[in-house]
Design a protein around this ligand. Structure first.
Ligand SMILES: Cc1cc2nc3c(=O)[nH]c(=O)nc-3n(C[C@H](O)[C@H](O)[C@H](O)COP(=O)(O)O)c2cc1C
Ligand SMILES: Nc1ncnc2c1ncn2[C@@H]1O[C@H](COP(=O)(O)OP(=O)(O)O)[C@@H](O)[C@H]1O
Length: 317
């Protein structure tokens, strides 16, 4: 798969494309339905599937106060799209200029001139162009004179919940990582570089990798979780090359020690030999184990951590 930063990065001899457009933050099951349609069409017609996405999230430019935190980094999004069979991802830098393009300008510059769109696959609620003036109907009208067909995809629901990035963000923020995983079709992931903590973990018998998590990341509620520490990210072509290690994850201020900063840390089960400092790693959240507690002392905390680790082992089996 190819990743293009901006329209200028598209090869000059690029031919026709099946195009899908959206932020696709999370690449959740609703997004997968849209991308799946584009990839199926691509396989049937032998025309490559291209996803056009935006970075930063358009709301960060249009209404910063209302901008959501991100479920996925751009590199992770691209890798997930690659896993779905997309041939190329074009990342458009969303800024005031792009936001000012009328629906016609957007269609001409991006779909017609840059990508030679043959088919455009979007969610039925897709909006585009200045002040979100364009909808699926206008897109189809513009396509009729520019040689592309529009395929709207119905929104996916289950048990009354529409799969949406907002739904997933809310579940993660409440610590409901199992519900988030069902909507995503995989565990929610938090990424960061491993930094030094308080050098206490080894003494407790549980060294933990402390992640420096970028602001604007959707971090699960304080608590203890079962999950995976993933090495070999970022990658932005596919998830191939990742290795997963079983982990007991703690999020919280470590109240037993009167900590103030919120930590995101993970103990890799049965390992003491790892050196993860300065490495970019990911944590995949599989299940919630319990709330964070303030223990009377170190012995009580360690006794509970022993039980946590056994529970994590069972949950990941
Ligand atoms: C599985 C697990 C459960 C934890 N549970 C708690 C807890 O309930 N309360 C708490 O204060 N700290 C908890 N911690 C965090 C420890 O206090 C922390 O890992 C320890 O202080 C080491 O910190 P350091 O990595 O900064 O050296 C937990 C850590 C792990 C790995
Ligand atoms: N099983 C393990 N899980 C996580 N980190 C480990 C493990 N074994 C060794 N390490 C290393 O030890 C470091 C954590 O040691 P620790 O004593 O908790 O100190 P600090 O939290 O101050 O970094 C991790 O960043 C990692 O490099």
């Amino acid at each position: 798969m190819q990743v293009w930063q901006g329209l200028g990065a598209i090869p000059s001899d690029w031919g026709p494309s099946i195009v899908s457009i959206g932020v696709f933050d999370g690449v959740h099951r609703g997004h997968r339905a849209v991308i799946g349609r584009a990839v199926a069409r691509s396989r049937a017609t032998h025309v490559p599937a291209v996803v056009v996405t935006f970075d930063p999230h358009p709301l960060e430019v249009l209404r910063p106060a209302a901008a959501p935190k991100a479920l996925t980094t751009v590199a992770h999004r691209a890798a997930l799209l690659g896993d779905l069979g997309v041939d190329a991802v074009c990342v458009l830098h969303f800024d005031a200029e792009l936001a000012s393009w009328s629906p016609e300008t957007f269609v001409d510059k991006v779909l017609a001139q840059a990508l030679h769109a043959a088919d455009v696959v979007v969610g039925e609620d897709f909006r585009f162009g200045h002040r979100a003036a364009g909808d699926v109907r206008l897109l189809a009208e513009l396509g009729a004179t520019r040689g592309f067909a529009v395929h709207p995809v119905g929104l996916v629901e289950e048990a009354g919940h529409r799969w949406s990035s907002t739904f997933v963000r809310d579940r993660v923020a409440l610590g409901e990582v199992e519900a988030a995983a069902r909507a995503l079709g995989r565990p929610h992931r938090v990424e960061g570089v491993v930094v030094h903590g308080d050098a206490r973990g080894r003494e407790l018998g549980y060294p933990t990798a402390n992640l420096d998590v970028p602001a604007r990341t959707v971090v699960p509620a304080d608590g203890v979780y079962a999950g995976w520490l993933v090495r070999g990210t970022p990658h932005n072509v596919s998830s191939a090359g990742e290795t997963r290690l079983p982990a007991a994850i703690s999020i919280g201020t470590n109240p037993t020690f009167g900590g103030e900063r919120r930590r995101v840390e993970a103990y890799v089960l049965d390992r003491t030999d790892l050196d993860l400092y300065d490495e970019h790693v990911a944590l995949d959240f599989v299940a919630r184990v319990r709330d964070t507690e303030k223990f009377a002392g170190v012995d009580e905390l360690v006794a509970q951590m022993d039980r946590d680790v056994e529970q994590v082992r069972t949950l990941l089996r």
